[in-house]
Design a protein around this ligand. Sequence first.
Ligand code: AHM
Length: 326
Amino acid sequence: MKITLDNFFNEKESILASEKGLKEIYEKLEEATKKISNVVNHAALVGILGKADKENIQGEEVMKLDELSNDWLIESLKSSKYCAGVASEEMETFIAFDQSDNDEAQYIVLFDPLDGSSNIDTCSAIGTIFSIYKRISKGKLELADFLQKGNDILSAGYVIYGSSTILVYSMGNGSHAFTLDQKENEYLLSHEHIQTPAYTPILSINFGYYNIYEKSVIDFCHWCLDADKSSKHPFTQRYIGSMVADIHRNLLKGGIFIYPATTESPNGKLRLQYECNPLSFIQKQAGGKYTNGSHDILEIEPTELHQRVPIALGSSDLVDKYISFK
Ligand code: AHM
């Protein structure tokens, strides 16, 4: 039997009885990500590959598809009476929608519209990452609404545009995946209650930065690569350079993904609110672990919108082992 996201919400997500607006927010996310999926699949044919000739707030090159995805997500979410505003990795500050003064506009959404954008032009998997919070302000939206910690997330997820388009989400009751049926243009249940194995010998890290990692990271990598057959060593190395794709593989198969601090970037590269918090939330619900090396990522109080944080996440035994090297 085909189970749509809507069927699943009605049957399994009791949180929707009290958080009614969440369902409509998901409808808007579905609408935007289906459009993104469609254009990603035809990108080379519709003149949408390449750079947009501008930089984002972090000084990184913006791709045309980054911009389009950002616009579509904003446009869709703006049309929900429940969504008070959004913040995006691509924008300097948050946007408060016109309806933010209404009592029903209780939710805000943070997103990375197209993660892994350096892979767009080469047809590798990329994705949209999002998290939904309840606003804390009354009346006018405030920056503080967007600086809540990961443990305050109501729901988070991502859509991976790969060999299939898959939406993975959690409302705090397990992580579930829905595959986009292209013919029906409908997300259908494909993986219920994903569980990440506690130990799988897969290491995902960019070895190009080997010389600028701190010693504990290098020592952990050596531990993974040691030829100790009793614990399935040496590990396989898998690194796509698109966090959504690396995390999706590890979520299903197990392994550890690490984007640590380097001497050049002491806070790593990845953003706390747009990437690390939502993906840690999903990983937690799938029985995995996550850390910045010393602290629980979801407990970090953000101080700015585009905060970066070192991260390791994936199989619980591997994350514990990683921490033991610190
Ligand atoms: P982006 O926002 O420009 O797409 O950068 C984020 C991406 C992540 O998806 C990925 O894990 C990381 O950058 C890869 O970075 P690096 O090439 O430094 O290994």
